[in-house]
Design a protein around this ligand. Structure first.
Ligand code: AMP
Ligand code: MG
Length: 414
């Protein structure tokens, strides 16, 4: 690190956008591939483009329960003779001549002589004589061979994170397994003499270690393997040894607490000694002190101790980093505009992620209100919220009725 960088790190606050760009540019994604059963593939990242092995649909078929015929037949008469039935999985194998139709069910194969389907609600049935209330246009209610995908077409791109939606598509194409990047291993621990394990009574001056549980819950949603190292006392030798061990065992190390400038804040100094810190002071609120960088074998995040700060910095930085390290494509968060229902206090200097409650209004607009007190120690605000109210770094106070930008919580927080 040059001395100019040092000055920037210690005196200035790095804007989040710049920090994120710098962070993503410094990451090397995993390259090891695994072949995973489709039913276990959610959250894995596709290691290559997926080409459709078949035409979708693989044959012309009916989109409705009804009757199939040709336009030529309909041009001659609206009463046709039913000559057979086509069920899904049991096609009609005979011919359908002019003047004839077949009964057809949704998903059943369309005979080659047919080009149109009329839904059964628009018919009068008299034995085998079927009268249609009106004609239909060519191709009506027919799903054509290859109309969604042609064989060989790219249907999903390398770097896609597999969700239940992707599982559905991959299954429809017949993929029993899929080639993905291996999962990341993430080591996690909390630091602080005041932290007590759940289930123990609190002595004077103690609080429960909540960050580890919050972060593990988010990590589980992201589909990584977790190494839980528990709570460490504010003991520099212990913290140092734990980072050294984690660097051997994990791809990513996430700690919380001890990155600020208090007298028991050892984490930052230790990671500076053991690795390369890319940044540790960000122009964001909550979460100003957040150390990010690299050890020999791993990437680390030293998240702030305050619970809301730990969660917000994880969400804004660690989550996209984990996706990028897993080989995934990082997309910008979807932001929308909402009308603020009341005045908000904000001082210029840091990008602010206030906790908000967004509501869809009867007139079609979106309104947002604050959850109330915004202290970074108050987890209740995160539970009431469904979005962040994102107030720009140089933004000052905002008045009721003004438009603000909001970022709805994604599935890692809901
Ligand atoms: P620190 O960053 O270590 O100075 O901690 C800042 C604040 O966060 C202090 O009030 C700590 O008690 C609190 N804190 C630190 N770690 C945790 C944790 N794991 N769970 C809950 N609160 C914590
Ligand atoms: Mg501490």
């Amino acid at each position: 690190m040059s001395c100019c960088d040092d000055i920037k790190l210690t005196r200035g606050l790095l804007p989040l956008k710049q920090a994120k760009e710098q962070m993503l540019a410094s990451l090397t994604p995993v390259s090891e591939l695994v072949e995973i059963a489709l039913e276990s593939s959610v959250n894995y990242i596709l290691a290559s483009d997926i080409l459709s092995p078949i035409n979708v649909p693989p044959f012309d078929n009916s989109a409705m329960d009804g009757y199939a015929m040709s336009q030529e037949s309909l041009a001659q008469s609206l009463t046709l003779t039913q000559v057979g039935k086509s069920f899904a999985g049991q096609p009609y194998l005979g011919d359908v001549a002019v003047g004839e139709c077949i009964r057809i069910m949704t998903g059943a194969k369309l005979p080659v002589q047919c080009d149109t389907v009329i839904m059964q609600e628009n018919t009068c049935v008299n034995g085998q004589e079927i009268t249609f209330k009106s004609a239909a246009r060519l191709g009506q209610n027919v799903r054509n061979l290859g109309e969604e995908f042609n064989q060989g077409q790219i249907v999903l791109s390398k770097g896609t994170r597999i969700t239940p939606r992707h599982v559905a598509l991959l299954a429809s194409l017949g993929f029993k397994t899929v080639s993905v990047f291996r999962r990341l291993t993430v080591a996690i621990f909390s630091t602080g003499d005041e932290l007590v394990a759940l289930g123990q009574p609190l002595a004077d001056g103690q609080i429960y270690d909540s960050n580890r549980f919050a972060l593990i819950a988010m990590l589980e949603k992201l589909g990584v393997d977790i190494l839980d190292y528990g709570v460490l006392a504010d003991d520099p030798a212990l913290i140092r040894d734990t980072f050294i061990k984690a660097d051997i065992e994990a791809d990513v190390i996430i700690s919380s607490g001890g990155v600020s400038v208090g007298e028991a804040d050892y984490t930052r100094d230790i990671i500076e000694e053991l690795g390369n810190i890319e940044f540790w002071k960000l122009a964001i609120k909550p979460g100003k002190p957040v150390a990010f960088g690299h050890f020999d074998n791993s990437t680390f995040f030293g998240l702030p101790g305050n619970p809301v700060s730990a969660m917000v910095t994880f969400y804004q930085l660690a989550k996209p980093a984990l996706l990028a390290l897993s080989g995934g494509v990082v997309e910008p968060a979807l932001k929308i505009t909402a009308k603020l229902t009341h005045d908000l206090k904000k001082s210029a200097g840091r990008l602010d992620f206030q906790r908000g409650i967004a509501q869809y209004m009867p007139d079609g607009s979106i309104e947002v209100s604050s959850t109330g007190m915004q202290s970074s120690s108050m987890m209740g605000s995160m539970c009431l919220a469904n979005c962040f109210i994102v107030l720009g770094q140089e933004q000052g106070n905002v008045s009721a009725g003004e438009d603000v930008t909001i970022e709805l919580f994604d599935s890692s927080l809901t």
